[in-house]
Design a protein. Structure first.
Length: 180
């Protein structure tokens, strides 16, 4: 039995060698080149689709977004007789608790209402609604010119009316919006 198995294996090996010897060689000399597409697009390969292509791209220096864009008004709360606002810096995840007159970035908080704050930067003031950023864009808030510095010489812009008047107007507007 063992001899028969060896003989069959030997006959099979010799016949396979005869068949391969009778084939014509590939015209380009490299038989694997015909299967290059199959090797490159093999669905079982982990490297499938990862072709190394050399592309030259000129890196364009992108202007960094202004820091005001990442600071967002997250909430407002009444604390004692005053109001405090919570501003979140989206880049760092820090939440800043600010009151009227507190400095934030290059400006300061001029007034705080029930649903918005007034951010003064230089000679301009921006009304920032809840969820809005401190960036000076007309789509997010209303930009108004602020008057000349007060006579006290502090350099603080004189906003229209007292903070209590502003708060009262904001409260009335909120009540109108809610239908009360």
């Amino acid at each position: 039995m063992r001899m028969r198995l060896i003989a069959c294996t030997l006959v099979a090996a010799l016949s396979a060698g005869v068949v391969h010897a009778g084939e014509a060689p590939a015209p380009d000399g490299d038989g694997w080149r015909r299967f290059e597409v199959l090797v490159e697009r093999n669905i079982f390969s982990r490297e499938r689709g990862r072709r190394e292509t050399v592309t030259r791209s000129v890196p364009r220096p992108e202007a960094a977004p202004p820091p005001e864009r990442s600071v967002v008004l997250m909430g407002i709360m009444r604390q004692g007789d005053g109001w405090i606002a919570f501003l979140e810096d989206a880049r760092t995840g820090q939440v800043h608790k600010v009151g009227v007159g507190d400095a934030i970035l290059e400006g300061r908080v001029a007034a705080i209402g029930m649903d918005s704050i007034q951010y003064a930067k230089g000679d301009r003031a921006l009304t920032v609604p809840m969820g809005g950023s401190l960036e000076d864009r007309s789509a997010q808030g209303t930009v108004t010119d602020v008057g000349a510095p007060s006579a006290g010489g502090e350099g603080a812009p004189a906003l229209s009316g007292e903070p209590a008047d502003l708060l009262e107007r904001l409260r009335q507007r909120r009540q109108r919006e809610l239908g009360q």
